[in-house]
Each structure stands twice: as structure tokens, then as C-alpha cells.
Design a protein around this ligand. Structure first.
Ligand code: HEC
Ligand code: HEC
Length: 302
């Protein structure tokens, strides 16, 4: 009897200790993850990330334009235009493939190879400059602290893999599901005004059939990416903020996009229909992330 009590006592004690341990462990993980997000945020906004200190991620992915840049084609560290229009990073973490045309890039870490190592043209210009760029961070007091906290116990954290891990941790924070359309989907019928509702119906109508490709009822977009004529169908979230449009930035505004569909799909939109579509596309705007200073430039908002 006595032995059994001791045994149970022991089991409980071991159980308790291991729960405490696990708890302590997950707290430590959380602290490290937070430190990685913070380091990633600094790197995202810091032009020291490019070989000649002219460009950072923010140069082509500016929060004010839903993390795009307003150019038809972004320009890299040498001033030459890259091939494509910059893609919004909002909710990018939920996508199943990355970039406009390459269906083989399936995670954010693989995507980073492009801005780092593209050479024709250069984006950040890490090819042939990797040690020099890493040295910049290794010898900077602020980054010594940020890297040490993000990669505790790692004696040589100033490496490409760590830089990319931190950037991906930060990208994971760029999430927004607060548009009028999101509220409408979650059951708030009045979140869309009558014009936007008419636009939504039009978008999904047999006449326009926009949702054949822009499958827009699933706000998490975890369904496989859809490609049409080799181009990934883009998210229309925050589309009001991401002009110019298409993979090559060929259209300056949404009226030009509508014209393109009228021609290519042989449909005619009257003025009212255009306005209704516009009202619906406006309801996909969510800028609430702009008031979360933890996503903004850390050199401006500590
Ligand atoms: C010189 C401009 C430029 C810089 C610098 C740049 N990007 Fe991009 N980014 C682009 C362009 C253009 C695309 C579209 C590329 C394509 O599809 O060919 C893109 C695409 C992406 C995508 C894919 C999004 C999707 O949905 O497919 C992610 C993620 C991304 N960039 C993150 C970053 C991060 C993080 C950095 C900093 C390390 C960065 N970019 C630096 C211009 C840039
Ligand atoms: C057959 C598939 C398909 C259909 C149908 C379709 N789209 Fe698209 N949409 C695409 C693809 C693919 C792109 C990107 C094209 C490119 O980059 O050249 C695109 C791009 C867009 C863009 C630009 C987004 C950006 O960020 O650049 C808008 C806006 C848009 N479509 C709205 C619509 C509307 C409105 C309709 C209905 C009238 C519609 N689409 C029907 C496939 C489709």
C-alpha cells in the first residue's frame, strides 16, 4: 500500500516535471520565434541586404501598396528592371506556389533564392558578394544582438540560412483578413453595400465567369495555385492598392483590365456594371495591417 502510494507519487512528480519542462521548452521556442520575426523585420527594411546598399525587400514590397511597388516592373540594385511586376506579400504564407510563372516553387524559403541570387538583372546581388554582405551584419552592434537572440547557442549565426529563416518568419506575419468581403463571408450581410453585392454577383455570373479562375470564396487560398496560359492567377486581395496590373504591369488601372477582358472574353460591360465590379474589388481592401507598427519599418517605428 505504502509502496503503491510512493509509486503514484513518483509518477505524478515525473509527470508534473515533464509538463513543466515542456511548457518551459515551448516558451523558449516562442521567444526564439519572436526574435527571428524581429530580425527578419529589420532585414526586410534594411538596404544593407543588397550588395551596394541600395535595395531591400521593402524597395519592391512597400507596405503602403500592400507590399508591392507601383512600378510596371521593379528595378533591382543595379537599376535595371526585373522581368515581372512585384507581387503582394499579404497572406503569401498561405499560397501553394510562388512567383508568377514557376509552379515548382512551393515554399517561401525557395522563393528567396530569386531576389538574393538573380543576376540578369541583379535584385539584391548576393551572387559573388555573400561573405561581404554577411560581414556587414556580423560587425554591426545592433545585428550582433538581433542574430544572437534569434539563433541562441549558434556561434556563427551570420549565414545565408539564418538570414532567410528570419525573413520567412517575418513574412509569416503579413496576414490580413479584415476586408469588408471577409466580414461578409463570415456572415455580416451588411458588410457589402448594394453596389458591391451586385459586383460580387456579376463577378460570379455566367456572363463574366471571373471566378472560373479567380476562386475567391476561400479566403485562405490554400487550394492549389491555378495557372492560365503559364501565368499564375493572382490574388485580388487589396487589388485597389497594387496597380499597375498583370505579370508585366501592362495595365495602369482597373478600367484597362476590364477593357482587356471585354476584348479577350468577348463580353460587354456597361458603365453601371463596371462601377459594381469596382465596388466589389474595393471591398477586398484591408489596410488594417498598416496600424500594426510591428510590421512596419523598424528604423522608423521601434
Ligand atoms: C528588385 C525588386 C524586388 C526585391 C528587392 C525583392 N522582390 Fe520579391 N518580388 C519581386 C518581383 C518582381 C516578384 C515577382 C517575381 C516573378 O514572379 O517573376 C516578387 C515575388 C516575391 C514573392 C512571391 C509572392 C508570390 O505570391 O508568389 C515573395 C514571397 C517575395 N517576392 C518576397 C521578397 C522578399 C522577402 C524580399 C527580400 C529578401 C524580396 N521579395 C525582394 C520584386 C522584388
Ligand atoms: C481564364 C482565367 C481567368 C478569368 C476567367 C479571369 N481572370 Fe483575371 N486574371 C487571370 C490571370 C492569369 C491574370 C494574370 C494575367 C497576367 O499577369 O498577364 C489575371 C489578372 C487579373 C487582374 C489583375 C490583378 C493583378 O494584381 O495584376 C484583375 C483585376 C483581374 N484579373 C480581374 C478579373 C475579372 C474582373 C474577371 C472577370 C471579368 C477575370 N479577371 C476573369 C485569369 C483569369
Amino acid at each position: 500500500m505504502k509502496q503503491a502510494t510512493i509509486l503514484y507519487g513518483l509518477i505524478i512528480a515525473v509527470g508534473l516535471a515533464s509538463t513543466l519542462c515542456l511548457h518551459g521548452h515551448s516558451n523558449a521556442n516562442e521567444t526564439v520565434q519572436k526574435a527571428r520575426i524581429k530580425l527578419g523585420r529589420y532585414l526586410f527594411y534594411d538596404t544593407r541586404l543588397s550588395y551596394n546598399e541600395t535595395k531591400a525587400c521593402v524597395s519592391c514590397h512597400d507596405p503602403k501598396m500592400a507590399f508591392t511597388d507601383g512600378y510596371r516592373q521593379s528595378s533591382g540594385a543595379d537599376g535595371y528592371n526585373v522581368k515581372h511586376n512585384a507581387i503582394s506579400l499579404i497572406n503569401a504564407r498561405y499560397r501553394t506556389t510562388y512567383t508568377w510563372t514557376d509552379s515548382s516553387i512551393k515554399d517561401l524559403t525557395s522563393q528567396l533564392h530569386f531576389p538574393f541570387f538573380n543576376t540578369h538583372p541583379v535584385e539584391l546581388g548576393w551572387a559573388n558578394h555573400e561573405p561581404q554582405i554577411l560581414q556587414r551584419f556580423a560587425t554591426n552592434a545592433l545585428y550582433q544582438q538581433l542574430f544572437a537572440k534569434a539563433f541562441p547557442g549558434n556561434k556563427q549565426p551570420f549565414q545565408l540560412a539564418q538570414v532567410q529563416t528570419a525573413l520567412v518568419a517575418f513574412e509569416g506575419q503579413l496576414v490580413s483578413y479584415g476586408s469588408a468581403y471577409d466580414r461578409y463571408l463570415s456572415g455580416q450581410a451588411t458588410a457589402l453595400n448594394p453596389s458591391a453585392k451586385a459586383g460580387l454577383a456579376l463577378f460570379n455570373s455566367a456572363k463574366l465567369n471571373c471566378n472560373q479562375c479567380h476562386q475567391w470564396t476561400k479566403p485562405f487560398q490554400t487550394e492549389p495555385s491555378i495557372f492560365y496560359q503559364g501565368i499564375r492567377v493572382p490574388s485580388l486581395r487589396n487589388v485597389m492598392l497594387t496597380a499597375p496590373y498583370m505579370h508585366n504591369g501592362q495595365f495602369d488601372d482597373l478600367f484597362q483590365v476590364f477593357k482587356h477582358y471585354e476584348t479577350s472574353r468577348q463580353i460587354i460591360l456597361n458603365k453601371q456594371e463596371e462601377q459594381q465590379l469596382m465596388a466589389f474589388l474595393s471591398a477586398l481592401t484591408d489596410t488594417s495591417y498598416l496600424s500594426n507598427t510591428e510590421l512596419l519599418n523598424p528604423f522608423q517605428y521601434r
